[in-house]
Design a protein around this ligand. Structure first.
Ligand code: R2B
Ligand code: URA
Length: 312
């Protein structure tokens, strides 16, 4: 076995849509989707999920539960008497997952490792459910720190994701080698989402999103437990990133873009900015204002889905 060798993933160009590419799956007696407490023998995944067309990911379980209830209203989803939405992943307390008609609302926690586990299991779920990969769109709706003259509350639609040193791929240590998976997103979908944001009168811009492995030093904050650089170093770094078209910084887009690109699935990342990182590090905006800002990416995605479903 080799250690430390860097290899660019072979899957660089446009991929044929496929939720999974793993011959071992077909040989398994049962596939347990451990972290979402589902499985292809314990559950009839086809019956439960074959009509899924949109999967919406967001960090917080509470926000994704609220988003699901919002979907019930906005999609005019008919609940039978006494029926209420239930967390389909309730057998595990890692993530929450709700299904409202053709839409899944699922929480992914914070950071790439948490999202990556969930993404493998969601992709396998849709595979077992026999959904059609070219008919499914994935969204990440989240929060971020803005760079440059973006007013806090602006939604950034990611044109691409880059890592903390501006490289456009996610690195995964696999079998002793570093494999680089390109983190590309769909520009056509982005253009459609920008138009929808305009119609909804929500301020949105397109730009690169820097995805880091840490909230504090990884994002050049001065307020972590440790900090070995000066305020001038921080500003120089953030301005350099901004001059290379980085509009915002968060912690999952690289994995989201890389894994959806690898599966050939249409996807977009929409994150509201909670502060201007050129002006500060701490997030101290009042709760009610922050709540309204966090609704903005959700409103764009709901409006897009409504249009796709012919509801407007
Ligand atoms: C945005 O917000 C979280 C950190 O506060 C992280 O999950 C992200 O990407
Ligand atoms: N999320 C991040 O990762 N960074 C920020 O600055 C704000 C939200």
């Amino acid at each position: 076995i080799l250690f430390g060798v860097v290899q660019y993933s072979r899957i660089v160009l446009k991929n044929e849509p496929s939720f999974v590419r793993n011959p071992s799956l077909a040989c398994m007696e049962e596939d347990v989707l451990y972290h979402i407490a589902l499985g292809d023998k314990s559950h009839d995944l086809k019956e439960m999920f074959s009509d899924v067309k949109f999967v919406c990911f967001g960090g917080s379980p509470g926000r994704m539960q609220k988003f699901a209830f919002q979907l019930v209203d906005e999609l005019k989803y008919k609940m039978t008497a006494g029926q209420t939405l239930c967390n389909v992943a309730g057998g595990s307390d890692r993530y929450v997952l709700y299904k409202v008609g053709p839409v899944i609302s699922v929480s992914h926690g914070m950071g790439i490792p948490s999202l990556s586990i969930l993404m493998h299991e969601i992709l396998k779920l849709l595979h077992h459910a026999e959904c059609s990969p070219s008919d499914v769109t994935f969204f990440r709706i989240g929060t971020s720190g803005g760079l440059g003259s973006l007013e806090p509350g602006t939604v950034v639609i990611s044109e691409a994701a880059v890592d903390g040193i501006l490289r456009p791929y996610m690195e995964v240590a696999t079998l002793g080698m570093i494999i680089q998976h390109p983190a590309l997103l769909n520009q056509e979908l982005n253009a459609e989402l920008m138009a929808v944001a305009g119609e909804a009168e929500i301020k949105a811009v397109c730009g690169k999103t820097m995805c880091t492995y840490d909230f504090y030093e990884g994002q050049a904050r001065l307020d972590g437990a440790f900090c070995d650089y000066t305020p001038e170093d921080k500003m120089a770094f953030l301005k350099r990133a901004h001059s290379r078209r980085v509009a915002n910084i968060e912690m999952e887009s690289l994995c989201f873009a890389a894994m959806t690109h690898r599966a050939g699935i249409k996807s977009a990342v929409l994150c509201v900015t909670l502060l201007d990182r050129l002006k500060g590090d701490q997030i101290c905006t009042p709760h009610d204002i922050m709540e309204e800002w966090q609704q903005r990416p959700q409103r764009i995605v709901i409006k897009y889905i409504r249009k796709q479903l012919g509801l407007e």
